[in-house]
Design a protein around this ligand. Structure first.
Ligand code: Z3D
Length: 665
């Protein structure tokens, strides 16, 4: 049986030209890739057809505020055999693009004409063909002057009173080429079968230093709950340290029934404050403020003060309820009620959350529940919050995230969502595809140079770089890695250096600067006397603190554009397995970073500098300046010696100093 020939309307209509492998794209256009404002979007494609005709191609694209499509001609790169064009994405929000190609009939004619004429062949019929092409194009021109001009040139091509040489000059004139490029109407326009999307974020989505602290600990007495007014004072210190985003664990009323006590015990005393993730009591739920912290007005003042200091406030978005949350009475149908009327507490195996109930995202009143969850975002957005750290997103419906992020972005495309997706790789990646701006990563558990190199290569060099931004935290209230428990000051300093330079987004949880390292019991990753269950008073100026390190680090990040980009990380060889060597480069900003990942011993290595990539040669010495210490070294050739004593400095953060006026080769 013969297959019917597809009609032009059918999805796989016959195309004169093949347009394929369009990049960037994610899962055949199912999800948006990510960029930040100011980035150049580089669109490329494989485009070809049978025979010898010359092709032309363009990107057709549209920004969030465009009513109509814009187009941009693509250029062909012979070595890559791909077409490409770049344009700046200068607005936050959803961008769409596709690729179109057509036979460049005029350019094909022009090049044939030139070749034949140069070879001394007869070109009489070529000139007539050209005249026809011009006349055909002129017929579609609206502007009378442009039309007349093109017809006059067509007349010259036909005019046998002129020498063939003169007529060829008319045919190949660059001015004519420009007119024809602008006005030629393709007869065989072939469009890539999909429109692809890009979500463009504000720059902080890609470049930011996060600082987490519990506002209730902003007090001088562990028996007196800290308030927003006191927490406001912490903001000056955090801004001085050079952070950009302040992340607060939940600030809502905390459940009383099944409240947890210190060190995750299930028998709290009457004055224990409970875990802030156990959200809701008689004072309200996810849109209320824990009365001991203050009022909504106090919170507004806190946000305002932060914004004066250039800090974004990130709130925790934890979709779960303590047994005392108002939703239990108002919407029992949103929970998993068992036949005997009880509700099972939440879990994230092997962790047990006896003080919270999970929500049933697939309950009969799904629409009611999902809308209420969206409204929590909108409520806090209404109070000036533009960043959310989303608690355990992998324990909630994946489709919910896709829906709610899109809903929020309709009116607030600049909102940043950080996924606390400590889960298996596929789910972790999917959450990023579903729209999360950033994600926590496995960095906390990657401590050796080989582990770090493998993992960061995957994050920043593989397909994930298009849609997954890893926010590197050396510690969180849930994770005190044994490397920090046993590594002392050297480990803390090295982990800070690694987090702050391997990714442009990183964060630390307070207490890190005080080298807090005691686990609740040997072998556990939980902090002793964790702030999750009790108020902790700290003296942030205690001797030995890392304040100066953190401030310097954040300042260096602000001064070096190479540290603000995500996918410009490259690893290089060091001949000692305890030392990690990598570079970050951007125009006129080349950084060589060498970290001793062994917190206990001095380590030495010969590092192999990628001379060619840096435009350096074997024979000319070059200067590198350590931005951490100010020391300058003159290096020779590719192989250079380093020695790092963890008691003195965790690593080198070297900037290549190019002599004034010297051009990069
Ligand atoms: C984590 C949260 C805390 C405590 C638990 C407690 C729970 C509820 C967890 C659940 C998600 C996320 C948070 N990983 O701190 O757990 O550790 O003991 O049962 O109150 O809150 O929200 O970071």
């Amino acid at each position: 049986v013969n297959q019917p020939i597809p009609t032009p309307q059918s999805p796989r209509a016959p195309a004169a030209i093949i347009v394929e492998a369009v990049m960037p794209e994610l899962d055949a256009g199912r999800h948006a890739v990510k960029r930040a404002v100011g980035d150049l979007l580089d669109v490329s494609a494989a485009i070809f057809k049978d025979g010898h005709d010359l092709l032309a191609a363009r990107v057709r694209y549209r920004g969030p505020n465009d009513d109509t499509w814009r187009t941009l001609r693509m250029r062909y790169d012979n070595d890559a055999d791909r077409w490409s064009a770049q344009f700046p994405v200068d607005q936050v929000g959803a961008w769409t693009f596709t690729v179109e190609a057509w036979t460049d009939v005029f350019a094909t004619w022009r090049s044939e004409l030139e070749k034949k004429h140069n070879a001394g062949q007869d070109i009489a019929s070529e000139l007539l063909e050209g005249a026809q092409l011009l006349e055909h194009t002129a017929a579609h021109l609206a502007h009378p002057y442009a039309r007349a001009q093109l017809l006059r040139l067509a007349g010259l091509l036909r005019d046998t009173d002129f020498e063939p040489y003169t007529r060829v000059r008319v045919g190949v004139a660059p001015e004519l080429l420009a007119v024809m490029e602008a006005h030629y109407i393709p007869g065989d326009l072939s469009t890539f079968e999909r429109e692809l999307s890009v979500h463009v974020d504000r720059e902080r989505a890609r470049f930011a230093a996060w600082y987490e602290f519990f506002p209730r600990s902003a007090t001088t007495d562990p028996h007196r709950h800290g308030t927003f007014a006191e927490a406001e004072k912490q903001l000056d210190r955090i801004a001085w340290l050079g952070f950009d985003v302040v992340y607060l664990p939940p600030i809502h009323p905390i459940g009383v029934a099944s409240r947890k006590g210190p060190n995750n015990t299930l028998t709290p005393g009457p004055n224990d404050p409970g875990s802030p993730w156990a959200i809701g009591n008689q004072h309200g739920g996810h849109t209320a403020i824990e009365p001991a912290l203050g009022t909504l007005d106090d919170f507004d003042r806190f946000v305002k003060r932060a914004s004066e200091l250039g800090l974004d406030i990130a709130l925790d978005y934890a979709l779960q309820c303590s047994p005392d949350h108002p939703w239990l009475k108002e919407h029992p149908e949103w929970f998993f009620v068992r036949p005997d009327g009880t509700i099972k507490y939440a879990e994230n195996p092997p962790k047990k959350y006896q003080d919270i109930y999970p929500l049933n995202f697939w309950c009969a009143d799904r629409e009611g529940l999902w809308s209420a969850c969206r409204d929590i975002f909108l409520f806090w957005i209404g109070h000036g919050v533009r960043t959310f750290r989303v608690d355990n997103p992998h324990t909630k419906a994946l489709s919910f995230w896709e829906w709610v992020i899109a809903e929020v972005r309709k009116d607030h495309p600049d909102v940043i969502f950080l996924a606390e997706a400590f889960t298996r790789p596929n789910r972790m990646r999917y959450l990023a595809k579903a729209g999360f701006t950033q994600s926590y990563t496995y960095f906390t558990w990657r401590n050796t140079p080989s582990e770090l190199q493998e993992y960061l290569t995957e994050l920043t060099q593989g397909p994930m770089r298009e849609y997954f931004r890893g926010n590197l935290f050396p510690n969180t209230p849930d994770i005190l890695h044994e490397h920090l428990q046993h590594g002392g000051r050297g480990a803390f300093r090295a982990r800070l250096l690694l987090a702050a330079t391997l990714s442009p987004v990183y964060g630390i949880y307070s207490g890190f600067e005080l080298l807090e390292a005691s686990p609740v019991r040997p072998g556990s990753e939980e902090y002793l006397d964790s702030e999750k269950y009790q108020i902790r008073v700290r003296d942030y100026d205690a001797p030995g603190n890392l304040n100066a390190d953190m401030r310097r680090m954040n300042q260096i990040r602000r001064e070096n554009r190479a540290l603000q980009l995500y996918d410009n990380l490259r690893f290089h060889h060091a001949d000692n397995g305890a030392i990690l060597f990598y570079s970050k480069s951007f125009y006129k900003n080349d950084l060589l970073i060498i970290v001793n990942c062994d917190p206990h011993h001095t380590q030495e290595a010969i590092v192999h500098v990628p001379l060619a990539e840096l435009g350096l040669t074997e024979h000319t010495p070059y200067v590198v300046e350590d931005l951490l210490t100010g020391a300058r070294y003159t290096w020779h050739g590719a192989h250079n010696y380093v020695r790092l004593d963890p008691q003195i400095q965790p690593g080198h953060l070297l900037r290549l100093v190019r002599p004034e006026g010297e051009q990069r080769q």
